[in-house]
Write a protein that binds this ligand. Structure first.
Ligand SMILES: Nc1ncnc2c1ncn2[C@@H]1O[C@H](COP(=O)(O)OP(=O)(O)O)[C@@H](O)[C@H]1O
Ligand SMILES: [Mg+2]
Length: 458
């Protein structure tokens, strides 16, 4: 073993050497993040019998994994006689095992196969979705097990950034910010690329190489209007007004994000006083968490309110839901989503007419100049969803095509759902509507029937 090279570690990574449940290294390209974790993984598997899984959000083939990097590390450390490299895994003579997986291959059942693992390393973790992170964390549960994340930050709303950087530093986490200048081996090829990127597009280079969040592009629908709101001081301390009802606006995703805005309309402007976003939860959990005032047991209400940071209970007005709540079911009971929510106390419900994204965006643009946003962490998350809601680049036409469906579109759809129905801007949207009748707790604004203009849900 005299040929084995010493594993040298750049100083910036030293905080990641002591045991910690969560370890993260984030920063720009070429900062030695992948090499550091690859080296650590091989070193640890050499000294102790460990089971490790190298994870990406999506892995279409083993070539996309860090397998080759690990093979190079094994060779560089002179450990080729200790490890055997197989097509799908790497095994150590001491029984250590390293496998490579995409999160897309897991569901809540088969991920249990990872329960005996000691280390999960998530590479390119900016792509890790909230549901994947939620699935992974409780799975890696062996005593002393660790979860490692390496990533180049993209949006502050990405799951990994929210987890590590979204609040106070977690006591069970070690996190380092690294950059190319922390990498003593930063190669010339990368140096040249970096310099040309900074010369041609400094903002993009600042993201790719500087490790900063991506600047929202021209493709954003609302960024300009939100910047205007900011300049005009409409993003600030605008708390809940107990004298007025609180309306909610929803976008519901069963296997996706559910987003809810909490809004107060004073007849002149609309204030967003709260925002709730969640993924992978059922209707009951969502209502319990997001609208704790509706708890059937009054003694449970006060503690639940403090969970969402509400000083006092909201008195709800109307709940705006997208048109498909009448049709689509929620859970196995075979009930429509509208009915499911009503049984949980979410009523009266106002069900919007079937609207395309274009109507929602136009209405959203008409509403934004009348909006104020209460500067809380939750509302700021919703606002960053709106700011990042953007057009899809059209592959064939070179221009833009429709909105991008991504983590940002849910909060934006919920906002748009409110906007198309908001009485304050109703006169400005193309088809003027009459106010619907209320029956059985549900308003319906479906396609006009027999000249009545409205149809009721039963
Ligand atoms: N421990 C190391 N030994 C030798 N070269 C290294 C080492 N760490 C990084 N490098 C060099 O720096 C480059 C960038 O490192 P990498 O880990 O790929 O960065 P990142 O994952 O942060 O983008 C590598 O391609 C390699 O040339
Ligand atoms: Mg890398």
């Amino acid at each position: 073993m005299s040929t084995r090279k010493r594993l040298e570690i750049p100083r910036a990574f030293k905080p990641l050497l002591s045991p910690r449940r969560y370890k993260g290294a984030y920063g720009g390209r070429g900062s030695a993040k992948s090499h550091f974790f690859a080296g650590e993984l091989i070193r640890r598997c050499r000294s102790t019998r460990l089971r490790c899984v190298c994870i990406r959000e999506v892995q279409n083939s083993i070539r996309e994994s860090v397998r080759q990097l690990l093979i190079d590390k094994i060779a560089a450390f002179g450990l080729s006689d200790f490890f055997s490299v197989l097509e799908q895994e790497i095994r150590g003579r001491n029984g250590s095992l390293i496998i490579f997986k995409g999160m897309q291959s897991f569901n809540s059942e088969n991920i249990k196969s990872l329960e005996g693992y000691d280390i999960a390393w998530v590479e390119e973790a900016q792509n890790l979705s909230e549901p994947s992170l939620r699935l992974l964390r409780p799975t890696i549960r062996k005593a002393g097990s660790e979860l490692w994340f390496s990533w180049n930050p993209r949006h502050e709303t990405d799951a990994v950034d929210r987890f590590f950087r979204g609040g106070p530093q977690r006591a069970d986490a070690a996190l380092v910010a690294v950059n190319w200048h922390d990498n003593p081996w930063f190669p010339d090829v990368l140096r040249i690329e970096k310099e040309s990127d900074y010369a041609s597009d400094p903002e993009m280079a600042d993201h790719v190489w500087g490790g900063n969040y991506e600047i929202v592009s021209e493709a954003s629908y609302y960024a300009r209007l939100i910047a205007e709101a900011e300049r005009q001081g409409r993003i600030g301390d605008f708390p809940h007004d107990p004298a007025r009802p609180v309306d909610t606006a929803w976008d519901i995703g069963i296997d996706d994000y559910t987003a809810i805005w909490f809004l107060q309309d004073d007849g002149v402007q609309v204030t967003a006083i709260d925002y709730h976003e969640t993924s992978g939860q059922g209707a009951e959990e969502i209502v319990r968490e997001a609208l704790p005032e509706l708890q059937p047991e009054p003694r449970l209400v006060a503690p639940a309110l403090s969970c969402v940071g509400r000083e006092r209970a909201f008195a709800y007005g109307e709940h705006y839901l997208p048109h498909d709540v009448k049709l689509r079911e929620w859970g196995a009971a075979g009930r429509s989503r509208a009915l499911t929510l009503m049984r949980l106390g979410v009523k009266p419900i106002r069900v919007g007419a079937q609207q395309g994204p274009a109507e929602r965006i136009n209405a959203g643009r008409a509403l934004l100049p009348l909006m104020r946003f209460n500067r809380t962490k939750r509302v700021m998350l919703g606002l960053s969803r709106l700011r990042r809601y953007s057009r899809r680049q059209s592959a064939t036409l070179g221009g833009f095509a429709g909105p991008l469906h991504d983590v940002n579109s849910h909060g934006a759809d919920a906002f748009g759902e409110y906007a198309v129905n908001c009485p304050l801007i109703a006169p400005k949207v193309p088809a003027p509507r009459e106010r619907p009748r209320l029956q059985g707790g549900v308003y319906l604004e479906g396609p006009p029937v027999e000249g009545s203009g409205r149809r009721m849900v039963t």
